[in-house]
Design a protein. Structure first.
Length: 285
C-alpha cells in the first residue's frame, strides 16, 4: 500500500517545489508595490504640507495590525526619532493588481500602537478602528481593551464592537496614485479641547454640526472641536481640529490634535462624531 502512493507523493512534492519560485516572485512584487506606495504618499504629504517636512528622507518600519485584517502600521522615523505614521489597508475589491488605501496618517512623536504604551500581555492584539483603535487582551478571564494612542486601560465592563472602519467605501479613501492637492490650517498650535468648552453645551442640540464646506470655506476665530463617542458611547473623545487636507480635490481628510496631528477621512469623522464651533473663549465664561 505504501509503495502505491509513492509516485503521487513524489509528484505532489515536485509541484510544491515548482510553485515556490512563483510564490516568492508574487511576494516580492507585492512588497515592491507596497513600499513604492508608502513612499509616494509620504512624498505627496511632505511636499505639500510644511507640518510634515520631517518626513522627507525619513525611514519606515512596517508591522501588521491584527490577524487577517489586511491592515498595516507604517512607523516613520528620522535620526532615530519618531516623526509620524501611516495606517494602510488593502481594498477588498482589488483584483488583477493591488489597491492600497490610506486609512489614517499622523505627524509627531507619538503614534498609534507605540511599543512604549503596548500592554505586556502576550495575547494583546492590535485592532485598528479609527479613534476607537485599541489593543484587545483576551488571555484574562474578562476581555479588556487598551487605548492604542495613550495606553489607557478601559474597564473590563466595556463591550467590544465590530470595527466601524470596515464599512468604508473605497472611493471615500485615498487610493493609489492620488495626490494631496489642497491644505488648510485652522489651528497651527496643539490645543486642548477643554481650554474652550462651548462645544459641551452645544452637544444637547441637533442643528450645530459643521459641514465640510463650512470647515473649508469659513474663517473661524474660535476653535473647532470634533467630539466622538467611542466604545458604544461609554467614552467621549473630543479633539481640536488643526488642519484639513483635500486629495485629488475630492477626498477630504481632517487633522485633529491628539499628541500630534492625526488625519482621518472626513466621511468617517462626520459619521462617528460631530463638529462644533466653540462659542465661549475660556472655561470660566
Amino acid at each position: 500500500m505504501t509503495r502505491r502512493f509513492l509516485p503521487f507523493i513524489a509528484a505532489l512534492l515536485s509541484l510544491m517545489l515548482l510553485s515556490l519560485p512563483a510564490f516568492a516572485q508574487d511576494e516580492a512584487s507585492w512588497d515592491k508595490q507596497f513600499q513604492a506606495q508608502i513612499r509616494e504618499w509620504m512624498d505627496a504629504i511632505s511636499s505639500r504640507d510644511p507640518q510634515f517636512k520631517q518626513w522627507q528622507d525619513a525611514k519606515t518600519d512596517v508591522q501588521t495590525l491584527g490577524a487577517g485584517q489586511h491592515q498595516w502600521l507604517v512607523s516613520i522615523k528620522k535620526a532615530d526619532k519618531q516623526v509620524g505614521y501611516l495606517v494602510i489597508g488593502e481594498s477588498p475589491d482589488s483584483t488583477s493588481h493591488e489597491k492600497f488605501v490610506l486609512l489614517e496618517y499622523g505627524v509627531g512623536e507619538y503614534i498609534l500602537f507605540d511599543d512604549a504604551f503596548a500592554p505586556k500581555e502576550i495575547a494583546a492584539e492590535p485592532v485598528y478602528d479609527g479613534f476607537a483603535s485599541h489593543w484587545l487582551i483576551t488571555q484574562k478571564p474578562d476581555t479588556q481593551m487598551v487605548n492604542a494612542k495613550t495606553g489607557e486601560m478601559y474597564p473590563t465592563s466595556f463591550q467590544v464592537s465590530e470595527p466601524t472602519v470596515d464599512a468604508f467605501a473605497s472611493e471615500q479613501l485615498i487610493q493609489n496614485g492620488q495626490r494631496l492637492t489642497q491644505t488648510r490650517i485652522l489651528s497651527a498650535i496643539e490645543a486642548d479641547p477643554f481650554d474652550h468648552i462651548g462645544w459641551v453645551s452645544q452637544m444637547s442640540t441637533t442643528d450645530t454640526d459643521v459641514s465640510w464646506n463650512q470647515l473649508w470655506r469659513q474663517d473661524y476665530t474660535s476653535p473647532v472641536t470634533l467630539a466622538v463617542p467611542i466604545h458604544q458611547s461609554q467614552v467621549l473623545a473630543p479633539f481640536v481640529v488643526g488642519s484639513l487636507h483635500l486629495w485629488n480635490d475630492q477626498n477630504a481628510y481632517v487633522g485633529v490634535w491628539d499628541e500630534g496631528l492625526r488625519f482621518v477621512p472626513y466621511s468617517y469623522a462626520h459619521r462617528v462624531g460631530r463638529f462644533f464651533v466653540n462659542e465661549t473663549s475660556s472655561p470660566s465664561e
